[in-house]
Design a protein around this ligand. Structure first.
Ligand code: ADP
Length: 440
């Protein structure tokens, strides 16, 4: 139900809330150009609370805040949907805070000990960083490779710096987990100066998810992360695969931008670069039009007419040839990467992991991908495969499978919260009360 709340007048600042004992919290933010996703975490222990999204920022008549919070007693999640005006990310964040203070904790703004931000591109930065002027300059510099995402991320950071003055802010980069790739995996076969002078190379994305999956897989396998060799398949609207040796990424399918690699919802993935030149020179498309065609009109959408795998599967079942072709292309490409990364890992693969919307829900897709891979030591148990859907973690390997086949729901927000906490240190939970007390 859409409800309306009176315009939000006053942000609950650190100084105008007093009262009960403070419970340290982390706030995770993921800013898009007109959206702001958020999630609250309790810190001791690290537990997810309310999360949501402010959408259509800048379009005052249509701004919407959607939120949900788990029921502490394990019942149905509470859900909200409100129309609230927000002209920019700062006012959206203020509205979110007002909403949280009304519905979660009146002293929330004093309880926040750190804010973790998802940032898409961090060039070769290999770890989460405390946001200072140098880090912000680096994010700005990386915007050349992520022209839509990084400026949006910076808007979220600026908003949080204004609203949470003095609270440590941490950037967690989608690229960071892949910074351990060796040069032979990340340098492209084009003149070396393009890498050296212009930083054109493979960076890889979804790193926060891949890292989370490796950590979870290590726990499921009963190994330390530094002994874990896995192939992680993050299969959603955007999809990527990573080869992980001894807990470190050694190759990944996305490249300088998220366009390379697997066939995706609307992105083409791997194509002969000459196709791009041909489209521009022979069909007369501008660079911008080609960019739009390859990123927004290609992939499953371009081949089948739908970017949603569920619709593609349904149409394929009805006998639509193009839908079947798109499905076959998707499966073939994932298989190719699993085979290639098995070779990159010297055949020593502890597990293949499936995650994200497709990987977590489509037992059909997983089954098709794993069909015929017995030679690589991968044997799926079809019953277990059917059961591991709807966000359930599961081991879907048949008893004889040398390589474990795991379904692991990804949780990028939790990973950002964990990494943020690593940067600021758990000692900051005491600093929280201190910061609040000082301001008060
Ligand atoms: P995003 O990259 O936008 O976060 P998601 O990880 O949510 O995307 O994945 C979205 C994709 O997952 C869509 O292609 C959707 O069709 C697919 N998907 C979700 N549930 C199923 C399902 N039960 N069967 C097949 N595909 C599914």
């Amino acid at each position: 139900m859409l409800t309306s709340r009176p315009p939000f007048g006053q942000v609950p600042t650190r100084s105008n809330i007093s009262g009960t004992a403070l419970k340290p919290k982390l706030l995770v933010l993921n800013a898009g150009s007109s959206s702001l996703k958020f999630k609250i975490f309790g810190v001791e222990p690290l537990v997810a609370g309310m999360g949501g999204m402010f959408d259509r920022i800048g379009d005052s008549a249509n701004c919407t805040l959607k939120a949900s919070a788990p029921d502490p007693l394990g019942g149905k999640a509470r859900k909200w949907e409100l129309k609230l005006p927000a002209s920019d990310h700062t006012s959206a964040l203020q509205e979110i805070l007002g909403f949280i203070s009304e519905n979660v904790s009146g002293s929330f703004s004093r309880e926040v000990v750190a804010v973790g931000h998802r940032v898409v591109h961090g060039l070769d930065i290999s770890a989460p960083v405390l946001l200072d002027t140098a880090a912000i300059d680096r994010i700005r510099e990386a915007a050349v490779f992520a022209p839509l995402h990084n400026p949006a991320g910076l808007q979220g950071i600026e908003a949080a710096q204004r609203v949470f003055e003095g609270v440590p802010q941490v950037a967690v980069f989608d690229t960071a987990f892949h910074a351990t790739m060796p040069p032979y995996a990340y340098v492209y076969g084009i003149p070396y100066e393009l890498y050296d002078k212009h930083q054109i190379r493979r960076y890889g994305f979804h790193g926060t998810s891949h890292k989370y999956l490796v950590d979870q897989a290590a726990a499921m396998l009963g190994k330390s992360v530094s002994e874990t060799n896995v192939i992680t398949c993050h299969l959603g609207n955007g999809s990527s695969v990573a080869a992980v040796q001894n807990g470190r990424c050694v190759d990944t399918s996305m490249g300088m931008t998220p366009l390379e690699g697997l066939l995706m919802g609307t992105r083409c993935g791997d194509v002969d670069p000459a196709v791009v030149l041909h489209i521009e020179s022979q069909l007369g498309l501008s660079a911008k039009e080609t960019d739009n065609l390859l990123n927004k009109k290609s992939g499953l959408l371009g081949v089948t007419g739908s970017s949603d795998l569920r619709a593609v599967i349904e149409a394929a079942h009805k006998g639509e040839a193009r839908a079947q072709l798109g499905l076959d292309m998707l499966v073939h490409r994932i298989k190719k990467y699993i085979g290639a990364y098995t070779a990159v890992l010297g055949g020593k693969v502890d597990a293949v992991i499936f995650s994200a919307g497709i990987g977590e829900n489509s037992s059909l897709l997983r089954g098709l991908v794993l069909e015929g891979l017995q030679g690589l030591g991968m044997e799926v148990d079809s019953e277990l495969n059917q059961q591991a859907v709807g966000g359930r973690q599961g081991d879907i390997s048949a008893p004889g499978s040398r390589v474990k086949l795991l379904v692991i729901p990804t949780d990028e927000e939790l990973s950002i919260a964990q990494q943020t906490l690593q940067v600021v240190g758990t000692g900051s939970t005491n600093a929280a009360a201190g910061a609040g007390a000082m301001a008060a």
